[in-house]
Design a protein around this ligand. Structure first.
Ligand SMILES: C[S@@+](CC[C@H](N)C(=O)[O-])C[C@H]1O[C@@H](n2cnc3c(N)ncnc32)[C@H](O)[C@@H]1O
Length: 275
């Protein structure tokens, strides 16, 4: 892994990823399905939060889900076994050094991984080598610059900015969603389409308020409290006030908006299989 994973691998982080995947399932993946018999590589599967939905939606496809963390792979394997999903093989592997021959897969799926990497174009190029010519890559990323909320609060924005700065210090990019098109283009993908997937969490969508605003987004910012204080980014009082204002957006008259970006591109049919 070429960048330390800023959110870490604690059990609470595993729950947060499950909450995120469950709540946003339709918004992010309703239009992702793979043909029977196709070979799909899921890169950076983590604890399998996306894997379960992918494998259920495409029961005739065969998934190979990899992650650099052996502990996460073990959790993913357990979860898939409990769900009775047999069309997934999980492996510990680094996406920059994939243990597969070139052109081994028809499709690649990568979600919330590029934002943690120092070299996202290198990652996309490594994944492209694993794809057959004409195969597709689907990438999903968030962008913390897309956050809007009511009531607005400079303090809440400061707390979110801590996450952006810490991720940047770790070599990642919490504002990567807006760059998906140019990054995928630089890695050589064609027929590219990037679409925004906007979460508007208000009282009419209590599942999004709880599952996304509270348990995914605010939980992520809260999880960085110690690092933000240790790094001198904010003092405890201001950080905690920012978190309180973020929670304020989950009340009946509050609104929290966030945009994810989903890119789909094709490896040129004319590419050499090993390129
Ligand atoms: C935010 S988690 C996302 C997990 C999953 N895709 C999801 O959406 O729930 C990022 C994952 O990328 C993995 N990762 C980071 N760098 C990697 C690398 N070089 N090769 C494989 N996995 C990597 C991390 O271990 C972590 O599990």
């Amino acid at each position: 892994m070429n960048t330390p994973y800023v959110h870490g691998y604690r059990p609470r982080e595993s729950e947060r990823l499950q909450d995120q995947a469950g709540t946003l399932s339709d918004l992010l993946r309703a239009d992702t399905a793979y043909d029977d018999g196709s070979r799909v590589l899921e890169a950076g599967c983590g604890v399998g939060a996306q894997t379960v939905t992918l494998a259920r939606r495409s029961p005739g496809a065969h998934f190979t889900s990899i992650d650099v963390s052996a502990a996460s792979i073990a959790v993913a394997q357990d979860r898939l076994a409990r769900e009775g999903l047999r069309n997934v093989e999980c492996l510990r592997a680094d996406l920059f050094a994939l243990p597969f021959a070139a052109a081994s897969f028809d499709h690649v799926f990568v979600c919330f991984v590029l934002e943690h990497l120092r070299d996202p174009v290198g990652a996309l190029s490594a994944l492209a080598r694993a794809l057959r010519p004409g195969g597709t890559l689907t990438a999903i990323e968030g962008d913390h610059g897309s956050v809007m909320f009511h009531p607005d609060s400079p303090g809440a924005r400061e707390a979110i900015a801590c996450q952006v700065r810490l991720q940047q210090a770790a070599g990642g990019n919490a504002l990567i969603g807006r760059q998906l098109y140019p990054l995928m283009a630089r890695a050589g993908f064609e027929a590219l389409r990037v679409s925004p997937r906007m979460v508007v969490a208000d009282a009419s969508r209590p599942a999004w308020v709880d599952g996304f605003t509270r348990r995914t987004f605010i939980a992520m910012i809260e999880g960085l409290r110690d690092a933000a204080l240790a790094g001198g980014l904010l003092d405890a009082e201001r950080f905690d006030a920012g978190i309180r204002d973020l929670h304020r957006t989950t009340q009946a008259d509050g609104v929290f908006c966030y945009t994810f970006f989903k890119g789909v591109g094709r490896k040129p049919a004319s590419a050499r299989a090993s390129a």
